[in-house]
Design a protein around this ligand. Structure first.
Ligand SMILES: Cc1cc2nc3c(=O)[nH]c(=O)nc-3n(C[C@H](O)[C@H](O)[C@H](O)COP(=O)(O)OP(=O)(O)OC[C@H]3O[C@@H](n4cnc5c(N)ncnc54)[C@H](O)[C@@H]3O)c2cc1C
Length: 392
């Protein structure tokens, strides 16, 4: 069995950010395992501007951002092994499988940075046959950006959050007309300028208060049927957003999960319930921007170094306690991020016991959109977040 000071699982912005920082601070052997054949994570196939504001201090495209992250890691002496999937971690032993077979490595610390994915059609329990043409935004962007494949001629986009509008743009660039966007919520959940610049200028109808209940077609998608009975002819359906962490490895390793986020419970520095095991990036907060994930990885590196030097670990790592309609809250490099279940008005309060740590202005909160609170919470502090007034 070989040995590494730190094993990082996943070469996305979080994993590469952490690994680079560890090497820059003098940690000996830092190995990143990546199951895909190229490092860089999701940004590799999101070929639009919007990356790097808070960590690189410039705005760039996803592929350029990914390339910059990989370059930094390689220059710092991080060993990146691609095409190798981590299958388990237990008591510092990490088991992997790649093209040349299985291997194990002993690690002083393990960082899980496996990211997030969109809930696919099967997990959304949408009935119908299994024709070609059913995608998520991630799959759509991989087909078009990485493999330069055609996707179809007429699509329905399911969802109306930020990533859904990104899907509209990708479809337009791929020469595929968007017949409609569909959301069960009463309005879209993105920024008005983003909607205008993507769906608005292409006159894509946004159908609210309805969902897709059937995908029609045997070999290729022919139509979708909505909850109100409307049938929309299309040859492509893109299920967007509705993020779920890539958490199978963390679950199999026995880490407790947040019920709604379905992410491993971790404190502000990434420490989980298991000594020496850290969880970072979108695995713990589905889903934030890449720069926040990279900064979170860098911050976790300091905590990893403390562990390697002192072998000190909190007796318990508690989740942040939330009250409905708040679904979940998690730590980021810039405070706390949370999500609400529905459109709701009021203030959000953070408390420790009876003491109010933070109170926001009264405003409308949007589901499927990140809500950030600039609050440095103690890892073991119990914090209660609740809207003071709930108008809906
Ligand atoms: C369509 C779309 C548009 C986006 N637009 C923007 C934008 O404009 N700006 C922005 O800042 N962010 C954007 N994002 C978000 C950004 O891509 C993510 O915040 C970022 O990639 C998350 O980083 P991560 O390291 O946590 O996870 P990821 O980037 O998902 O990386 C995780 C890596 O772990 C690997 N992995 C998983 N399991 C294993 C395993 N068992 N063994 C080995 N490897 C494993 C995966 O293959 C993957 O490469 C967008 C995302 C999407 C989907």
């Amino acid at each position: 069995m070989s040995a590494a000071d730190v094993v990082v699982v996943g070469a996305g912005p979080a994993g590469l950010g952490a690994a680079t920082e560890l090497r820059r601070r003098g940690v000996g052997r830092v190995v990143v395992y990546e199951r895909e054949l190229q490092p860089g994570g999701v940004p590799r196939h999101t070929a639009h501007l919007g990356y790097g504001a808070r960590d690189l201090h410039r705005i760039t495209t996803g592929p350029r951002y990914a390339a910059a992250m990989v370059r930094q890691a390689e220059r710092a002496g991080v060993e990146i092994e691609v095409g190798r999937t981590v299958r388990s971690f237990a008591d510092g032993t990490v088991a992997t499988t790649g093209a040349d077979g299985p291997a194990t490595v002993h690690a002083g610390a393990v960082l899980l940075a496996t990211g997030v994915r969109e809930r696919p059609r099967a997990a959304r329990l949408v009935p119908g046959d299994r024709p070609a043409g059913v995608l998520t935004t991630g799959a759509l962007q991989q087909f078009t950006t990485l493999h330069h494949q055609r996707v179809g001629t007429r699509a329905v986009v399911v969802g109306a959050e930020h990533v859904s509008f990104s899907a509209v743009l990708t479809l337009a660039h791929a020469g595929c007309q968007v017949a409609a966007m569909v959301t069960p919520l009463p309005r879209h959940q993105s920024y008005a300028p983003l909607r205008l610049a993507t769906a608005g200028r292409r006159r894509v109808p946004l159908l609210t208060g309805v969902d897709v209940v059937e995908v029609v077609g045997r070999t290729r998608v022919e139509a979708v049927v909505l909850t109100d009975g409307t049938r929309i002819a299309c040859d492509t359906v893109v299920f967007t957003g509705d993020w779920v962490p890539d958490h199978e490895l963390a679950r199999a390793g026995g880490l407790p999960m947040l019920p709604h986020a379905k992410s491993p419970v971790a404190d502000a520095t990434g420490r989980t319930e298991q000594p020496g095991v850290f969880a970072i990036g979108n695995l713990v907060h589905p889903a934030e921007t890449a720069d926040l994930c990279a900064l979170g990885g860098r911050a976790a590196a300091l905590s990893v170094m403390d562990w390697l030097a002192l072998h000190d670990w909190p007796t318990a790592v508690r989740p942040i306690e939330v009250r409905p309609p708040i679904l979940w809250a998690a730590h980021t490099a810039r405070g706390i991020t949370l999500r609400v279940a529905e459109f709701v008005e009021g203030r959000i309060e953070c408390r420790v016991g009876d003491e109010v740590l933070h109170r926001t202005k009264h405003r409308l909160w949007t589901p499927n959109r990140a809500i950030h609170l600039p609050l440095a919470a103690n890892a073991s502090t119990r914090i209660l977040l609740s809207p003071v007034e709930r108008l809906q």
